[in-house]
Design a protein around this ligand. Structure first.
Ligand code: SF4
Length: 359
C-alpha cells in the first residue's frame, strides 16, 4: 500500500472511531512542527482536539532563568556558548542578540563539543555553555563535563537549566481543568528513558499514551492507536516508534545523566516550580557549574505583557487564541519564546498555517 493510501485509510478509521470528544496532547517540539507542517490537525474530525504541551525546551525556560543568563552574559571576560534558538529569546528587557550587539561575547554552537573547543582556544576567558533541553540533550552535556574534567579545562562550565519530561506530564495529567484524555509521548526523549517513566500516565491516571515517531504517518498511526486503546477500554504506554525506541530506552545515556547531574526543583514557564523536575551538576563537579562559579542574580518572577505562552504550553490555548498572534507577534518580530523558537507552537502555526489561521 502506498503512503498516501495508508494515510487515507488511517484518517477514515480515525473518523469512524472518533465517536466522542478526545483531547490529545503532544509534548515534543518536533511533533509540534510535524503536525503543523503536514496539516494533520485539519484532517481530523472536529471532536479530536490536538494541543501542544511543554515540548519546546526554549519555550519552557522561565523568564527568570532567561534574565539570569542575560545578566551573566554581560559579565566581563566571559564567553557565552549557546544553541541558536536562544539568541532572540526575550527576557524582561533584552535578549542575547542585543547584548552581543552591545559588545558581549555570545557564540552560537551546534554541540557541546563546539563549546569545549572555544574553551580550549580561549584559555584566558571563561566559557559558559547554556544548558537548555530535555533528556535527549542532557547526556551530551554530561559528556562535555566528562571531557572538560579529563582535559582539566578549568575555564569551561555549564549553566544547567535542564528539564525532565515525566514530572511536567504528571502536573498536566492531574489537572482536571485541562481535560487531557491521552498523550502523544516524545519519541526522542523516550529513546533515552524507555517506557517505564511514562507508565504512571496509565497506571495512576488511567490515560492512554503512545510513543510516536515524527513522520505524518507515524502521527496518524499514533492517533489511531490512542483511539483504539480508548475504544477497547485499555490504558497503556505503547510504542509506535519501534524503529528507534526500545522498552528499556538507552541505559548508557541515563548512566551519564545520573553520574554528572542530580535532580532538583525547576521553574517552568507558565506552570511554576515543579518539584524534582530539573537537573543541576552534582557537587563533585562544581568546578564546571556556572551557578557555583559566578555570581548570578536571584530569580525574579516576571511575565511578558500579553503573551499567552504559558497557557499554550499547558494545552489550554492554541496560538491563534492569543490576541497578539500574527499581529504584534510574528517570527520577524517575536514577543514570546513560542514565536522565537523554530519548535515553538506559535512559530509552527504561523509558518505552516498562516497568520489568520482560525483555531
Ligand atoms: S503569539 Fe507571541 S505573544 Fe502570543 S503567545 Fe505566542 S509568542 Fe506569546
Amino acid at each position: 500500500m502506498t503512503i498516501k493510501a495508508q494515510s487515507a485509510k488511517l484518517i477514515a478509521d480515525i473518523k469512524a472511531m472518533a465517536t466522542e470528544p478526545f483531547k490529545l496532547m503532544e509534548v515534543c517540539g518536533s511533533h509540534t512542527v510535524a503536525i503543523a507542517k503536514s496539516g494533520i490537525r485539519e484532517l481530523l474530525p472536529p471532536n479530536i482536539r490536538l494541543v501542544s504541551g511543554p515540548g519546546c525546551p526554549v519555550c519552557v525556560t522561565d523568564n527568570s532563568d532567561i534574565d539570569r543568563f542575560l545578566s551573566l552574559a554581560q559579565q566581563p571576560g566571559l564567553i557565552i556558548a549557546t544553541f541558536g534558538d536562544m539568541i532572540r529569546v526575550p527576557g524582561t528587557v533584552t535578549n542575547l542578540q542585543n547584548i552581543r550587539a552591545g559588545g558581549a561575547d555570545v557564540r552560537v554552537v551546534y554541540s557541546t563539543l563546539d563549546a569545549l573547543e572555544i574553551a580550549r582556544q580561549n584559555p584566558e576567558k571563561q566559557v559558559v555553555f547554556l544548558g537548555i533541553g530535555f533528556e535527549t540533550t542532557i547526556p551530551t552535556v554530561a559528556v562535555s563535563v566528562e571531557i572538560a574534567a579529563r582535559e582539566n579545562l578549568s575555564n569551561y562550565s555549564v549553566l544547567a537549566m535542564h528539564k525532565l519530561v515525566p514530572p511536567v506530564l504528571e502536573v498536566l495529567v492531574m489537572d482536571p481543568e485541562l481535560g487531557i484524555d491521552a498523550f502523544i509521548n516524545p519519541g526522542h526523549v523516550c529513546s533515552v528513558l524507555g517506557t517505564e517513566p511514562f507508565e504512571f500516565i496509565a497506571k495512576q491516571y488511567g490515560k492512554p499514551s503512545v510513543i510516536a515517531g515524527f513522520e505524518p504517518l507515524d502521527i496518524l498511526q499514533t492517533i489511531w492507536m490512542l483511539l483504539k486503546q480508548r475504544t477497547e477500554g485499555r490504558s497503556e504506554v505503547e510504542i509506535e516508534y519501534t524503529r528507534v525506541v526500545k522498552t528499556a530506552g538507552n541505559p548508557k545515556a541515563r548512566e551519564y545523566m545520573d553520574k554528572y547531574f542530580t535532580v532538583v526543583d525547576a521553574r517552568w514557564r507558565g506552570i511554576g516550580v515543579i518539584p524534582q523536575s530539573g537537573l543541576k551538576l552534582r557537587p563533585e563537579y562544581s568546578q564546571f557549574d556556572a551557578e557555583a562559579k559566578f555570581t548570578l542574580p536571584q530569580p525574579v518572577e516576571t511575565n511578558i505583557p500579553g503573551c499567552q505562552c504559558g497557557d499554550i504550553l499547558k494545552g489550554r490555548l492554541l496560538p491563534p487564541d492569543c490576541a497578539l498572534f500574527g499581529k504584534a507577534c510574528t517570527p520577524l518580530q517575536p514577543i514570546g519564546p513560542c514565536m522565537v523558537s523554530s519548535e515553538g507552537s506559535c512559530a509552527a502555526f504561523y509558518r505552516y498555517r498562516g497568520r489568520s489561521y482560525n483555531a
